[in-house]
Design a protein around this ligand. Structure first.
Ligand code: ADP
Length: 496
């Protein structure tokens, strides 16, 4: 059988295992889904046991076809928290990144000097997604669980404990907790003091290329993995995605639009911007992944499809019809501008009370103009994050794109024209799983690293100069509109 490395990405909706040969050939993919529960408005919880079961099924599914891998690299979603006992069993449901129960705590902290100091120390936005806010909530609202917990861990540490019986966390996942000093690479005393816990309540931090073998015998028996197979700790899904999509050089950014969206660059030092709360997560000891995530990606486009075209669960024919209609309208939608903040906004506004707005509506505007302006608004908002990063890091000349929106040539061209940047679409498997494979290869198979990580094929999308000129005139107006309307939006918050 062919020698291969396995990358496993433990995502929010599913876990996905991707097998790649030492020469970079895709050998197989297995994925397993699990539910997200919302027992109360704003809550987002999962059962970590179900995620472990999915992880085991993914491992077994691959080894049944390909035998044991040379190494396994791990990637996982950020910001989850699980209070556990000393046997690694959950004492409470896992709270996911999307959970908003600590909104008031985060908002109050953000307005203080302590909030700014914590951001500068730990690199994570002061936001309900952050485990820091979640632990403050647990302390106030579930004090018995909070006091009884042996440790507070993420889903990656939960799985690592089941594999090896130790509590260890990679620098990358630790750096997204809001409790980790990203420069000293140790738990932040400032954060621990605020929560009122000692560092022993958290796992031992390790580098992202740290590995262990001698996996638990029960895992060997159930999954077909070899006892000696090294498991590399790996990084978070966002950091792995930068590595997996070859976005680690200077002047290059990664931009994803799926349900939500994000822009990320890598750099040797963090970029601090408290107003935009640029995140600084570690990829490895020397590399920071800096960027911002937006709420209103594909989810805002789907709102347009539902309400203007009556498509509730759009399939590819519906997307094709939508983009054909959009393509018939000139760039700039003849002056119609859309602020896409239907679901509030994270970077760079950090405003849960903002909302969507169509501006400058004229009699000549038709449904198609509203659709095109809607799409342009989503891209302007991502351009806003890109520009914030560019201001801090220096000129960005290439943007590597990924996510569901890359299926549309119209959408990707609008993004190229708005940003004025060359876009590259990489033909690869899941980029987070690929990043985990690359981290594993770096330490276990350095001799194969170059061949394995070679970029085989990339499709390039060049911006149109004319359209970019139109959008360059509109972008400052887009920004000013939000600034002008912000207070009025807040006045009507909750009127729906
Ligand atoms: P996630 O992993 O965040 O759930 P995906 O990366 O799968 O999301 O992207 C989903 C989004 O991609 C949809 O919300 C939609 O906006 C967009 N999308 C899906 N299919 C198409 C298509 N055929 N053409 C254009 N956009 C599409």
């Amino acid at each position: 059988m062919q020698a291969y490395i396995l990358g496993i990405d433990i995502g929010t909706g599913s876990t996905k295992a991707v097998a790649i040969s030492l020469t970079g050939e895709a050998l197989g993919t297995v994925s397993e889904h699990y539910p997200i529960n919302s027992p109360e408005p704003g809550y987002s919880e999962q059962d970590p046991k179900l995620i472990w079961d999915a992880f085991v099924k993914c491992l077994s599914g691959i080894t049944a076809k390909l035998g044991a891998p040379q190494a396994v690299g791990l990637s996982s979603a950020m910001h989850s928290i699980i209070p556990v006992n000393d046997a690694g069993d959950a004492l409470y449901p896992m709270i996911t990144w999307a959970d908003a129960r600590s909104e008031n705590i985060a908002q109050a902290l953000r307005a203080t000097e302590k909030g700014a100091s914590l951001y500068h120390n730990c690199g994570t936005a002061i936001h309900p997604m952050s485990p820091l806010s979640k632990l403050l909530w647990l302390k106030d609202n579930e004090s018995e669980i909070f006091n009884a917990a042996h440790k507070f861990i993420s889903i990656k540490e939960y799985i690592w404990f089941k594999l090896f019986g130790v509590f260890e966390v990679d620098y990358s996942i630790a750096s997204a907790t809001g409790m980790f000093d990203i420069v000293a690479k140790q738990w932040s005393n400032e954060a621990l003091d605020l929560i009122g816990i000692p560092a022993s309540k958290l796992s031992q931090p390790v580098n992202t290329t740290y590995y262990r073998a001698n996996v638990n015998q029960s895992v060997v028996l159930t999954t077909g993995i070899a006892t000696q197979t090294p498991f590399v700790a790996g990084a978070s899904d966002g950091a792995c995605a930068n590595l997996g999509s070859h976005t680690t050089g200077e002047g290059i950014a990664a931009l994803t639009i799926g349900t939500s969206g994000a822009v990320r660059i890598t750099h040797s030092k963090p970029f601090y911007n408290y107003e935009a709360m640029v995140f600084n997560y570690l990829l490895d000891e020397q590399t920071f992944v800096c960027g911002g995530a937006v709420n209103n990606g594909g989810i805002a486009l789907n709102w347009l499809l539902k309400n203007f075209l009556k498509k509730e669960n759009p399939g590819s024919a519906d997307y094709n019809a939508l983009f054909a209609e959009i393509a018939a309208v000139p760039a700039g939608s003849e002056g119609l501008i859309f602020l896409p903040y239907l679901y509030g906004e994270r970077a760079p506004l950090w405003d849960t009370k903002t909302s969507g707005t169509f501006f400058n509506v004229k009699p000549a505007h038709t449904r198609s103009h509203f659709l095109r302006a809607g799409l342009e608004g989503i891209c302007f908002a991502l351009n806003d994050v890109l520009k914030t990063l560019e201001d801090a890091s220096g000129e960005i000349t290439q943007v590597n794109i990924s996510g569901g929106f890359t299926s549309s040539a119209v959408w990707t061209q609008v993004l190229a024209d708005i940003t004025g940047k060359k876009l590259a679409v990489l033909q690869s498997e899941d980029s987070s799983a690929m990043g985990a494979i690359y981290l594993a290869a770096r330490v276990i198979h350095p001799q194969s690293y170059e061949q394995l990580t070679k970029v085989e094929h990339q499709q390039i999308i060049q911006p149109s100069e004319n359209n970019h000129a139109v959008y360059s005139r509109m972008f400052p107006v887009f920004k000013k509109l939000y600034a002008d309307l912000k207070d009025t939006m807040h006045l009507v918050d909750g009127w729906e």
